[in-house]
Design a binder for this molecule. Structure first.
Ligand SMILES: NC(=O)c1ccc[n+]([C@@H]2O[C@H](COP(=O)([O-])OP(=O)(O)OC[C@H]3O[C@@H](n4cnc5c(N)ncnc54)[C@H](O)[C@@H]3O)[C@@H](O)[C@H]2O)c1
Ligand SMILES: [Zn+2]
Ligand SMILES: [Zn+2]
Length: 355
């Protein structure tokens, strides 16, 4: 099978022909149909400090994907091996997305059902072979069966969509004024979810006109931080106090500083964007205005997946807004062009099509 791999420590990747893996105990083999590229893949391909600390080559990358179950390993519950028969078992031919975080099941948080807080989380496509390949083996319990309504493109977006749902649903949104900083694929999906959940004004900022044009299709108000005055836009919207809810999805220090400036007293800010390095913020503002800042990582297993599925299932408009973040598609053989497109920033989500 084809697999896009990091053959050895250092920059670069290789599309290799390697044997198809088989599923082990409580694992399934998935025929991959679509895989999305994300910032993590760019870090791993480029081999920065994060990559050198995380990745033990040789390794196949890729963790945002959708495909079809083609083999069940021993120990996987099936219609034949469980007598409950209530339909939540896996079967051959099932179309699925996959949670890329593998949790230990033994730490305090895992045992309390808070698997997103596992202290030993490892990742598909980073710590074990991933889905930039024709086939991938994953633990059965990481599989998320998808309704036919969710086509392969939408299915491949569930990992970043889950980040957006997890971020957006940290605070009540109905009737609130929401600021999203960063109009990357995840920020755009955050804005779409905030609109879906009945926010009053949803404003999204970015210094890139390309990204803001994509974000505008969600119906959110777009603001270019390079040449537009956010306070003027707020006044134009009839906002007299400040944003009630913030979602920081850029990882950029200036975005977080602006967020703190324009949030109302008592605002709740969810932070998903990963800064490249530590930075200063005005802590006096955080304290005297009693702002709540909460870090958000990954997706809740599997409540975020439920919410993502049922929100998309109930709204054609949300499905189209989410689908709208896909701007580029490549074959596996064009992988270098795909990474180049993703690196350029003149893109939304870049997808590799395997079937
Ligand atoms: N915490 C997690 O579990 C998790 C998971 C996935 C991604 N992330 C992080 O979330 C962020 C969003 O992911 P993405 O794939 O959409 O990233 P992305 O890099 O495509 O988008 C970030 C956007 O922020 C914009 N930006 C830069 N400076 C800004 C500023 N001053 N104000 C407003 N916007 C600004 C950039 O132009 C870019 O469009 C990234 O930082 C990523 O590392 C975190
Ligand atoms: Zn990702
Ligand atoms: Zn754990």
């Amino acid at each position: 099978m084809r697999a896009l791999r990091k053959p050895a420590p250092g920059p670069g990747l290789e599309l290799q022909d390697i044997p198809r893996p088989g599923p082990g105990f409580r694992e399934v083999l998935i025929r991959v149909m679509r895989t999305g590229l994300c910032g993590t893949d760019l870090h791993l391909a480029g081999w920065d400090d994060f990559a050198a600390a995380q990745l033990r080559p040789p390794m196949t990358l890729g963790h945002e994907f959708y495909g079809e179950i083609v083999e069940l390993g021993a120990g996987v519950a099936t219609e034949e091996t469980t007598d409950e028969g209530d339909g939540d078992v896996l079967h051959l031919g099932q179309r699925v997305s996959v949670e890329g975080h593998i949790t230990c099941g033994r730490c305090r948080n895992c045992r309390a059902g808070r698997r997103h807080l596992c202290i030993r989380t490892s990742s598909i496509g980073v710590n074990r072979d991933g889905a930039f390949a024709d086939y991938v083996v994953v633990p059965a319990r990481n599989v998320w069966p998808q309704d036919p309504l969710i086509d392969p493109d939408l299915g491949a977006l569930f990992d970043p969509l889950g980040n957006a749902v997890h971020t957006a649903l940290q605070s009540p949104l109905s009737g609130e004024d929401v600021l999203v900083t960063g109009a990357g694929p995840i920020g755009i999906m955050c804005a779409a979810i905030a609109r879906h959940c009945g926010a009053r004004n949803v404003v999204i900022t970015d210094p890139s006109d390309y990204r803001l044009a994509l974000a505008a299709t969600t119906g959110a108000v777009t603001v270019n931080t390079a040449d537009q005055d956010l306070r003027g836009v707020m006044a134009g919207l009839g906002m007299t106090e400040g944003f009630d809810v913030g979602m920081e999805v850029s990882g950029a220090a200036p975005a977080m500083r602006q967020m703190i400036e324009v949030c109302n007293h008592g605002a709740q800010i969810a932070m998903l964007g990963l800064p490249k390095a530590g930075y200063e913020i005005d802590w006096n503002q955080v304290i005297t205005r009693m702002l709540t800042i909460k870090g958000v990582y990954g997706r809740e297993m599997f409540d975020t997946w439920y919410k993502a599925s049922f929100m998309l299932g109930s709204s054609q408009e949300l499905r189209e807004a989410v689908r709208g973040v896909i701007t580029h598609r490549f074959t596996p053989e064009q992988w270098a062009d795909a990474f180049e497109a993703a690196r350029s920033g003149q893109c939304g989500k870049v997808i590799i099509t395997w079937d």
